[in-house]
Design a protein around this ligand. Sequence first.
Ligand SMILES: Nc1nc(=O)c2c([nH]1)NC[C@@H]1CN(c3ccc(C(=O)N[C@@H](CCC(=O)O)C(=O)O)cc3)C=[N+]21
Length: 279
Amino acid sequence: MAQLIDGKAISQQIKDELKAEVEALKNDGTDICLAVIQVGDDPASSVYVRNKKRACAYIGVESRAYELPEDTTEEQLVELVKELNADDTVNGILVQLPLPAQIDEDKIIRTISADKDVDGFHPESVGKLWIGEKGFLSCTPAGVIQLLKRSGIEIAGKECVIIGRSNIVGKPMAALLLRENGTVTIAHSRTKNLADVTRRADILIVAIGKERFITSDYVKEGAVVIDVGMHRDAENHLCGDVDFADVEPVASAITPVPGGVGPMTIAMLMNNCVETVRS
Ligand SMILES: Nc1nc(=O)c2c([nH]1)NC[C@@H]1CN(c3ccc(C(=O)N[C@@H](CCC(=O)O)C(=O)O)cc3)C=[N+]21
């Protein structure tokens, strides 16, 4: 039986720590405000945005919601972001992704002021991460590190294999595991003999975006398996990139979906909101 890594419980613990920190900041006269911008009304995005607002309310951060129509132009969104950059009452700015096709996501990410970049997507945040300077960390990979640390799983010296090379998960995940002294491999869609690579992993991080793709054939006995995927299967159940029932018996520890990495992403977003005012 693998140890179940409980992202719901660990994210709750982090949110409680942040709630206490925010209360102390409030007593010193410091308030925190997160601006959340959603363009269009994609139902999945609406669920995530609602969860973020709820987390803000829980820890005592004000959330200011901006709901823009699907046909918003890039210029209009740039204008709003610039206004929020200049607004001293706004500490963090989150633009929910994906954006409609007429808007260039990179342009918007670069427009957000680097000191309000609570998603950690701005090139300045990414650069700081890779050179080991303090800055905003991408929330999902930062959440994975917290899951490992708070579950007592040592990273230093371990073979860490990440499947996926996106800017928001795979690449920052590699930087963070490296910073924790892991030996890091990034596998991706062009990797040859994927199972040979993933079976080397002591810690396997899966972010490929294919429903239940990783079976026990890809996993070394006793490995730690972290599932970053999120899908709705044919029966409308949430599931990950890992075939949980097949992999759980060979793993030493594993995250479920839901209740694994997802809630940690929101907890780390809250941490970044608090980070905007830490001295
Ligand atoms: N600018 C931006 N920043 C993001 O951080 C961002 C984004 N855009 N766009 C979409 C993705 C996705 N994302 C998730 C957050 C929480 C859960 C989460 O809490 N999942 C729950 C289940 C939620 C449910 O019931 O659907 C769980 O895994 O247990 C999942 C996914 C943040 N994202």
